[in-house]
Design a protein around this ligand. Structure first.
Ligand code: NAD
Length: 350
């Protein structure tokens, strides 16, 4: 990949490669944009097969953060980081402290938080080295794990999808198929079950699936079968790429709304869904609850849970605007979400 070609597809402001022999750290921090404010995005800890895979992932994820924060109306830019390794085996205090020094060296241009493979405890360790971290423990003035807010915001999005499809956001008896019931998927499952929805779930971790089956009476299917479940809404909440030219023809729900980042596997995936009249709720609109919640850590007077969660509950309204723009302009919902974000990014700044 040619990172410095200004006519190429990579338009990130800065990409930082971090390597440290003594702690074993191998990480990449990507700052996509600081146009609206400091770049903020989580640190993903994942056993990437190659450095090229890690780089491709972090570049995509960082750009998605720019669009997510812009569309959510936040004064934050987009960034992301990946640590290459197995979070079950490779996490050490020394590795996180070394990583935190790299974050600190960016002087606040990049602010980190949790993502797949990292937790509040990890953020607490990072917080001992740098102030440029969010999502650390509530007891220390942080907003804690963002996944609760992400699940709450996604619930608001799913109700907006229901209003659009059926004229009512009453979810009793509606059937939702969730791919991945980790941190966010399990919170979302709780809200949906509380609203009376019927759940079918899949997770590559049998323990994660069993927990949600036992807690909410969910049916469990194999991970490669979840998108084929005849549900009312399919909710990808695992890793990226769930919506591909292979899976889209097999999706058996009239709508897709989930928390996973980068759900569209290819540039034409949104159009492929539109061609099948599947209503797609763009991922970065649906899953903005985490970053909205975190933005309240920087509010005057400090973090306020109720105000932050009330803001997350308005994600459904943003999604309705996206659906309106898509139908008025006869474009995909993904393109409509991009227009919303770009209209903020391109607006003159004082
Ligand atoms: P997580 O690691 O806690 O959960 C992911 C779950 O998906 C795990 O239980 C894992 O076993 C399962 N999984 C992985 N591959 C799967 C597959 N092929 N089929 C079925 N299950 C599979 O991570 P998380 O924090 O819940 O994040 C999930 C997604 O949501 C990610 O894409 C993340 O980037 C996105 N997201 C998370 C947040 C947040 O606040 N945590 C915010 C915005 C976006």
């Amino acid at each position: 990949m040619d990172l410095l070609d200004t006519s190429g597809p990579v338009d990130h402001e800065q990409v930082v490669f971090c390597q440290d022999r003594s702690s074993g750290l191998r990480a990449i921090i990507a700052i996509h944009s600081t146009r609206l404010g400091p770049s903020l995005g989580g640190t993903r800890f994942y056993p990437y097969a190659t450095e090229a895979d890690a780089l491709a992932d972090v570049l995509l994820l960082a750009r998605a953060m720019t669009y997510k924060s812009a569309a959510a109306g936040l004064d934050l830019g987009g960034g992301k980081a990946v640590i290459i390794g197995d979070p079950k085996k490779d996490k050490t205090g020394s590795l996180f402290r070394t990583y935190a020094r790299y974050v600190d060296s960016l002087g606040g241009r990049y602010i980190t938080t949790e993502d797949v493979g990292t937790t509040v405890d990890d953020m607490n360790v990072i917080h001992t080295v740098t102030k440029h971290v969010t999502g650390f423990a509530r007891a220390d003035g942080g907003s804690g794990d963002p996944s609760e807010a992400t699940g709450w915001g996604a619930f608001s999005a799913i109700r907006a999808v229901a209003r659009r499809l059926w004229g009512s956001d009453f979810l009793t008896g509606r059937h939702i198929a969730i791919q991945g019931v980790g941190k966010v998927g399990s919170h979302l499952a709780g809200h949906l079950a509380g609203a009376g929805a019927r759940l079918t779930i899949a997770d590559v971790s049998p323990e994660a699936a069993e927990r949600i089956r036992d807690r909410h009476g969910a049916s469990v299917v194999a991970p490669d079968a979840i998108h084929r479940v005849e549900a009312d809404i399919y909710s990808p909440c695992a890793l990226g790429g769930a919506l591909s030219p292979q899976t889209i023809p097999e999706i058996a729900s009239p709508a897709v709304a989930g928390c996973a980042n980068n759900q569209l596997a290819t540039p034409d995936s949104a159009q492929l869904m539109a061609d099948r009249s599947i209503l797609y709720a763009p991922d970065y609109i649906v899953n903005a609850g985490g970053v909205i919640n975190i933005s309240y850590e920087q509010a005057p007077g400090g973090y306020d849970h109720d105000r932050a969660f009330a803001h997350c509950a308005r994600i459904g309204e943003t999604l309705e605007r996206v659906f309106d723009v898509a139908s008025e302009q006869n474009i995909t919902t993904a393109a409509a979400a991009d227009h919303l974000a770009e209209s903020r990014l391109d607006a003159p700044r004082e």
